[in-house]
Design a protein around this ligand. Structure first.
Ligand SMILES: [Fe+2]
Length: 250
């Protein structure tokens, strides 16, 4: 009985091995388990820093430093396990698309703070398409490149009126996998990322509404960096509607 059971199990395993199924299933299980083990503490640490930001134990630029360091050591392979790239690619390839934004589901990672503490999002673009130039109000955000390359530009946002803002260029370079950048209300507040490869993907986290003293609702403001260049290289950038900015730069 035992021998025949062993024979049956051995035969089944042999068949699975023959088809390569067992190996791939086992690898996926290991990856999933490892991902949960490593990503859980990573997101928990991000949650702790977020609470320090909201609790005023960290200024926004200090949080920004820590967020940059965290993004620099996230395990990309494990993060990618959470994303169905085939499904994203199908959406990217649909007529009239070329740019996809979607929330990333972190429910498979135990202990991850809720989306009300910090948002988590995937941005995907085909070559030449962009995350259009925009600044943020009452929001800290950070990006890390998952796949592909992007040309990324950042600006410090100075004087801001209803119709313009002064932008001082701070970053302009190519970003590849594992590289990222951050934003706060007081440093590198405006960003603009253009996909340089056939497809390119970014993972984003954002903390909105962290400082009641800033007033008003947290959100984006769209700007046109092709404004008049002022003394010292600053730009007198017209503010734009989302539709106008996406039409020109998207
Ligand atoms: Fe942004």
């Amino acid at each position: 009985m035992l021998a025949s059971r062993r024979g049956f199990v051995g035969g089944s395993l042999g068949s699975l091995m023959a088809f390569g199924l067992l190996e791939s299933l086992w690898s996926r299980e290991l990856l999933a388990a490892g991902g949960r083990a490593r990503l859980g503490p990573w997101f928990a640490e991000l949650g702790a820093r977020t609470r320090e930001l909201r609790g005023r134990q960290l200024r926004d630029v200090e949080f920004q430093e820590r967020l940059g360091a965290l993004l620099g050591r996230v395990d990309l392979a494990e993060l990618e396990e959470l994303i169905d790239f085939d499904a994203v690619d199908r959406r990217l390839g649909a007529p009239g698309r070329g740019r996809v934004t979607q929330d990333v589901d972190l429910r498979a990672v135990p202990g991850v703070p809720t989306a009300t503490e910090f948002g988590r999002r995937l941005f995907a673009c085909r070559s030449g398409r962009a995350i259009v130039p925009h600044g943020h109000h009452d929001m800290c955000t950070g990006f890390v490149v998952l796949r592909g390359r992007w040309r990324g530009r950042h600006y410090d946002r100075g004087e801001t009126t209803r119709e313009h803002c002064v932008l001082q260029p701070t970053i302009d370079r190519s970003f590849g996998p594992g590289e990222g950048s951050t934003i706060s209300d007081h440093r590198d507040n405006v960003h603009w990322f253009v996909a340089e490869t056939d497809t390119a993907y970014l993972f984003n986290v954002h903390v909105a509404g962290y400082d009641p003293e800033l007033g008003g609702a947290p959100g984006r403001m769209y700007v046109d960096p092709a404004g008049e260049v002022l003394a010292g290289g600053a730009i007198w950038a017209p503010r734009m509607s989302s539709a106008a900015c996406h039409a020109k730069y998207g």
